[in-house]
Structure formats: structure tokens, C-alpha cells
Design a protein around this ligand. Sequence first.
Ligand SMILES: [Fe+2]
Length: 343
Amino acid sequence: MALSSTPATPTPVPRTALPGIELLPGRPPVLHTPAVADPAEWAGAHRDALRAAVAEHGSLLVRGLGLREPATTGAVLRRLADGLMRDQEAFAPRRKYADGVYSSSKWPPNQPMCMHHELSYAQEFPGLLLFACLEAPAEGGATGMADAAAVLDALPAELVQRFEREGWLLTRTFNDEIGATLAEAFGTSDRPSVERYCRSHAIEFAWEPDGSLRTRQRRAAILRHPVTGRRCWFNQIAFLNEWTMDPEVHEYLVDVYGADGLPFNTRYGDGDPVGEDVVQILNEVYTAHTVREPWRGGDLLLVDNIRTAHSREPFEGPREVLAALADPVHRTDVSDPLEGTAS
Ligand SMILES: [Fe+2]
């Protein structure tokens, strides 16, 4: 028999190969691992089992790998993903550690990042988020999580029906003074290149006389999970809305840039403003469904980005959390009925 050069197909590690996953009320599922000499090798060997656990629970915190430095951590993240994405259209800059491996978004430590799904306004978004905590803050800074199907079920029916009918609008102004710059959001500040990106990603745009760029994109607010089929509240209507901003920051930005010149804001799909009362309801429902486990240095967190919203709570002291956006999903893969209909 001729020898084959094809490597043997690795045997998938069954889910039962994982030690028991701790499931406690108010906390995400936690897997405690024994100390391992090579975290990347461990991640590769348990990849299928870890991903199966995320598919079942929506997220999984892995504690015990002792991730302390970016190179090893990057290797772990790459072993777990089908592919790491480049950060595009971000609303806050990230530091790049390596291809596909970034810092968490730069956001004032004393301000919360309210619940959201990563890049829920983009045509292509990550199906899986990978986080690793290299240094836990002295106080606060947890990555909270909320089940998007449960959030959807808990929202007022009329509100859901309107957003389901119309979708939601994200409006952005890029003025290179506040918020992400053109280069940070589009990978270039070259006007024709930015315009090409917008046209090919269903984003309306207009250059203002002062050179700033305004964009507008309409997206579905609810997506059906590609694996479970469950409908999920998948958007950033609350987090990127002006009423979620700190009131003093909001007042300052409106004073300086005008009500239509905020770095970002959200609206109903027909262009109507979203009221403060609605934003409050959305954030309250998220709060009621939030689970959290304070970070410890060395932790790894896997999050199903469609099924599970995440937040970042205010913190004090140094905090180093790496993030990777993995397993790209295109809107057409999840039957976004509003695809390509920005208005
Ligand atoms: Fe995020």
C-alpha cells in the first residue's frame, strides 16, 4: 500500500473531555482547567469541545490557562477560531498586537460600555468573540453578558415590532477630533477609498463643507441565529444612542458639533429619533439579564456574538484585555431582510 502524504484527520475531542463546566445563577459558565504547559496546544486539542460549549451556553469563561503575555495569547486565540478578522468600522480605536489580535476598545475607564454585539451595524461581523485578560483591574471592569434571545422576549412587543419592520439606523460623523478617525474606521483616509468602501458596504455618505464625513446605514435589529434558529436582539441601538451618553458629554458634543454632528447616534429605521424612554427600557432589560464574573489575570472568554450581548463595566487601575473578532458571518448568511436597503 502506498504511503499517503495526507496527514491523519485529527480525532475531535468530545465535549465530555472537558472538565465540568460550573453553571451558577448570575454568572457565565466557567470552566476551570488544570495548569497546562502549552496553552495553545491545549486550546487546539479542546477546540471543538470549547466551541460546542459556547454553542450550548452562549459563552464560556476558561480559567486556569494563565495567559500572561500577548504572543502566547495570540497563538491560543488563533487555534480557537476559524479565522480572525481585521477590525473595520470600529467606533473606538483598538491597539493592534498582531494580525487579528487587538486590545479592547479604548473607552474612558470611568464610563461603562453598555451592552452591544460587536459590529452589529456592519455587513460582515464576527460570529465568535475571543477575549483574554492579561491583567485584571483592581476594581470593576467586568465584561458583562446578556442572552439576546431572552432580551428580545423581554422587550415590549410594540417596540420589537417597529424595529423588526423598519430596522435601525446608525449615523456617524468622522471629524478626526473625536471618536474613531477615518483611518481607524476604514483603514484609510483616502477619500475615493473611503467612498468605495461605503458604496460596497451599503453605507450612505456625504462630505461636509468642513471636511468631515457623515455616514448612515440601515440594518436589521433582529437576526435569526444561524445554528439554533432563535431570534436574537442583535444591534447597538441603545449603546450608540445619544441618550446612553453621559449627560455632560452629550451636552458638550451637541454644543460643539451640533445635534446632527455627534460621532455616532442611532434612530428608528425610518429616521425618527429614538426617545430617551426607549433607550432606558432597552438598557434596563439588558441590566436585568446581565451575568458577570470579574476578570482574573490569565482568563480566556469565548462569546457567541449573535446569541450574547456584552458590555464593559467601569474600572480603576490598569486593565489589559486582548480581543479577537473571529468566524466572520455575512448578513446574507443570516437572512437580513434589510440588506442593501440603506435609506
Ligand atoms: Fe465590544
